[in-house]
Design a protein. Structure first.
Length: 420
């Protein structure tokens, strides 16, 4: 068994969907689990739909119509017959979204988010499955909402590994006619009560890792629009290098610091069972790509750069000018935990604690308001967090030139700079 994951760019339009078939055709004898994300920018559109619903801006119907039109255009290109069952299946999904949004807006944003945004993956996998079947590629569609069991931490659900493993193995073993291709959704799961959850933004990689772990897969391949895992984001750096081979540990470090190619939670279950992870190009599927495995022999050969933009640096001090001690840190960390704001870098001195964070501005505003009740809080918004893995001073100077450095940290392998 091998696990393939195709992201949104892999299925962004009809030609991309056809290319998925071309990639799968290269593996005619392999038994595959194929994990697929929402098409193109559908997740972003569904997030905008939820915002319009909750804020009652009057744009809800227009956004839903755009989502409907986008998927219908893909259907009309991929399927010659307007009577094909996929048309009604797609419309049923869209009607389900509309039904949810016809109810009064709820205070529990994370819950409504998961119930609506999850339909992006349901739509994409139904369409791709039907297209493959239409083209003679036999496959079985599996509903991850019934297989990946989680707790009820909406938008960042935690996996119940024992139940998930039982359900995935049962579904694969009982799949219709022992078909070689099992197609399912990334990013989504379900609670014990049957309510839909999501695993965190960009969580489809993690889904691939979950299935691979549960099935003792031979390997996992993440198909991207880049030739492999690069040492920097090509959106920000003109010259990048491909990392041909890195260790699980190095991949975990890079993902933790914000490398966008791999979801941070993906690596650990693969490392636990020594399952290799390949990052390959769906535009050039026969090229080598990157392999992530146990050996660290190649880890320090190439310097990697990771930028996190639109960060906020929060500095927290006791109002009475006393020292920052353990009970202060406990209260500060509890506040970050309660508001679900992730700390990307932290540093403390005798009288202050500083944290660099990013993400949902509503959560950050609520966090600052909460902390301000007991602490003096100052912050710099719009800062950048730069991480250099396997750095030297020349590289630090080159990338921070002309910037105001607010915080700098160095370890043996990693330099991190908060700058404005």
């Amino acid at each position: 068994m091998r696990v393939f994951k195709f992201g949104g760019a892999s299925v962004k339009d009809p030609n991309a969907v056809r290319n998925v078939k071309r990639v799968l055709d290269l593996f005619p004898e392999e038994e595959l689990v194929v994990v697929i994300s929402a098409m193109g920018k559908t997740t972003n559109a569904l997030e905008s739909l939820i915002a319009a619903h909750i804020e009652q801006t009057g744009q809800k119907q227009a956004i839903l119509n755009d989502i409907r039109s986008f998927h219908h255009e893909i259907l009309s290109d991929l399927f010659s017959s307007s009577d094909h069952a996929i048309h009604s299946e797609t419309e049923n999904c869209l009607n389900e979204i509309e039904k949810i949004l016809n109810e009064e807006p709820m205070d529990h944003y994370d819950f409504i988010y998961d119930q609506v945004v999850s339909f992006g993956e349901i739509l994409s996998t139904k369409i791709v499955s039907a297209f493959l079947q239409d083209q003679g590629v036999d496959n079985v569609w599996l509903d991850a909402r019934k297989l990946v069991c989680t707790d009820n931490t909406y938008r960042e659900a935690k996996v119940n590994w024992n139940v998930t493993q039982e359900r995935i193995n049962s579904a694969i073993s009982q799949s219709e006619g022992n078909k070689k291709i099992h197609l399912t959704q990334g990013f989504i799961g379900h609670t014990s009560e049957g309510l839909t959850t999501t695993l965190g933004r960009e969580g489809s990689d993690f889904t691939a890792g979950i299935f691979a772990y549960c099935l003792d897969a031979e390997d996992v391949t993440i198909w991207k629009d880049v030739p492999g895992m690069l040492n920097a984001d090509p959106k920000w750096f003109e010259e990048t290098e491909k990392l041909d081979e890195i260790s699980y540990r190095e991949a975990i470090e890079l993902a933790y610091y914000g490398a966008s190619v791999i979801h941070p939670k993906t690596i650990k279950p693969l490392q636990n069972k020594q399952i290799p992870l390949l990052v390959k190009s769906f535009l050039d599927p026969e090229s080598e790509g990157t392999i992530i495995q146990a050996s660290n022999r190649s880890d320090g050969l190439i310097t990697s750069y990771i930028f996190k933009r639109d960060q906020i640096l929060i500095s927290i001090s006791p109002k009475d000018f006393s020292f920052i001690v353990e009970h202060n840190l406990r209260d500060i960390f509890n506040a970050f935990h309660e508001h679900r704001v992730k700390i990307n870098l932290m540093q403390n001195s005798a009288i202050s604690f500083s944290a660099c964070a990013g993400g949902d501005q509503v959560r950050i505003d609520a966090l600052i308001n909460d902390l301000s009740a007991d602490f003096a809080v100052k912050y710099n918004s719009g800062v950048e967090l730069l991480t250099i893995r396997h750095y030297d001073q020349e590289t630090i100077d080159r990338l921070t030139g002309g910037k105001e450095i607010l915080v700098i940290q160095r370890s043996r392998q990693t330099a991190r700079v908060v700058m404005k």
